[in-house]
Design a protein around this ligand. Structure first.
Ligand code: SF4
Length: 401
């Protein structure tokens, strides 16, 4: 029996129906009114646990609503539904869904009047001080608010941007009341270097980084996480599913068990006390409900389930690209980004989200998308994880273009 069935087959499941259950029955305008008015006895609903986000000293839910999937601009029941169970943290970025995630959230905030109850994080892909300020102002306008709670340099790769000038800017933005806290997100091969540098920077409040069950044995990453934790920097995990690039990822070692695989990998991240929360792209109400159920259920993974995760990690190692392009890229023409292309393929095959996959792929530089007919055999011999680069890049070209 899955945790969803176990946990929510009681009265909570009926309540979980709430706005979500109404979605098919009511029109958008009536639902929008329900978004504001129907706040049925929130105190009796089970709430997702909260933890303190490092030096911010603020509590946030252990499950955070990711914003990179597309939201309905008129009415998206996920916003209110998440809030009903205490998931009041929305993780946005200027570039998510072409800016429409922020505008959808802005619509929800305006209709519901809930700004004071919501934690907003947003991010800038532009890491120059002037560009960052311009992006922040645009994000504030889109979300119809005068401040965000946490502002990130998005997908940071180069530690050069963690400069004294950036420290002064973050301080100024705080004084101006536009942001409350500052940090960065990262998911590339430089993450360890970035975390280590951040541990010595008192002006970095929080970091969102790629962390999942595949990284337990990564000594360098764990040491960098320890350093940040000691420095009281709030740590938020993303890419927690550790999804592989191939459809072969859909092995289900947890089928028939207490947790689904998706729930188990979240549980595995929450078991790490250095991590405050995990952000999750919950692009359907069903995923939202399953993740909430996993977060609310206090039961931990059993030893057998942890062992199954480890076995799964080993069995799919050759399907999991870690984005270390500097390794295989040395045998490829300049501009080809195997890690980025295979991340898009992962969105397509493992996440089952072709739209996001194609949009992300289309946003890559032109030279990163021109690899049709390229011979990847030499690059594949360099990959320390035995990823069959040629096979997956060929599929990427077929499904992403
Ligand atoms: S294919 Fe291998 S070497 Fe290339 S980025 Fe992925 S994991 Fe790294």
């Amino acid at each position: 029996m899955s945790i969803l069935n176990k946990t929510l087959s009681r009265r909570e499941l009926l309540k979980l129906g709430g706005l979500a259950g109404l979605a098919g029955a009511l029109g958008a305008s009536r639902l929008a009114r329900a978004e504001t008015a129907a706040q049925p006895a929130q105190s009796v609903l089970p709430q997702v646990p909260r933890r303190v986000l490092g030096k911010t000293q603020q509590t946030i839910p252990i499950l955070l609503m990711g914003g990179s999937s597309r939201f309905d601009q008129k009415f998206d029941p996920r916003f209110a539904e998440a809030c009903r169970f205490g998931v009041n943290y929305f993780d946005m970025a200027d570039c998510y869904a072409g800016g429409t995630s922020e505008t959808a959230l802005g619509g929800f905030l305006e209709r519901s009047g809930k700004r004071k109850d919501i934690w907003i994080t947003t991010k800038s892909c532009d890491h120059s001080p002037a560009g960052l300020v311009r992006i922040l102002d645009r994000s504030l306008e889109r979300m119809k608010t005068d401040h965000v709670d946490l502002f990130f340099l998005h997908a940071l790769k180069d530690s050069i941007h963690l400069s004294p000038e950036m420290a002064r800017l973050s301080e100024q933005l705080k004084k101006d009341g536009k942001i409350r806290f500052f940090g960065f997100s990262c998911h590339g091969p430089t993450s360890v270097e970035l975390l280590n540098k951040a541990a010595g920077l008192p002006w970095i409040d929080a970091i969102m980084f790629k962390y999942n069950f595949r990284e337990y044995g990564n000594k360098e990453l764990n040491a960098a996480m320890d350093a940040c934790h000691k420095a009281n920097i709030g740590l938020i995990a993303m890419k927690t599913q550790g999804s592989a690039v191939s459809f072969e990822d859909r092995i289900k070692p947890f089928e028939g068990g207490k947790f689904t695989r998706h729930q188990a990998v979240l549980k595995a991240v929450w078991a790490d006390e250095r991590i405050t929360a995990a952000v999750s792209e919950m692009d359907t109400l069903e995923k939202l409900k399953q993740n909430i159920a996993a977060a609310i259920d206090p039961e931990k993974l059993s030893d057998a389930e942890r062992a199954a995760l480890q076995q799964y990690a080993q069995a799919t190692e050759h399907l999991y690209c870690r984005g270390c392009d500097h390794i295989c890229g040395s045998a490829l023409p300049e501009g080809i980004q195997v890690g980025a292309a295979l991340r898009c393929l992962m969105y397509h095959d493992a996440y089952g989200n072709p739209q996001k996959a194609r949009e992300t792929f289309a946003s890559l530089p032109a030279e990163a998308r021109q690899f049709a007919g390229l011979d990847f055999s030499k690059a594949a011999t360099l990959c320390p994880h035995q990823v069959d680069i040629g096979k997956h890049m060929q599929r990427a070209m077929t499904v992403l273009v």
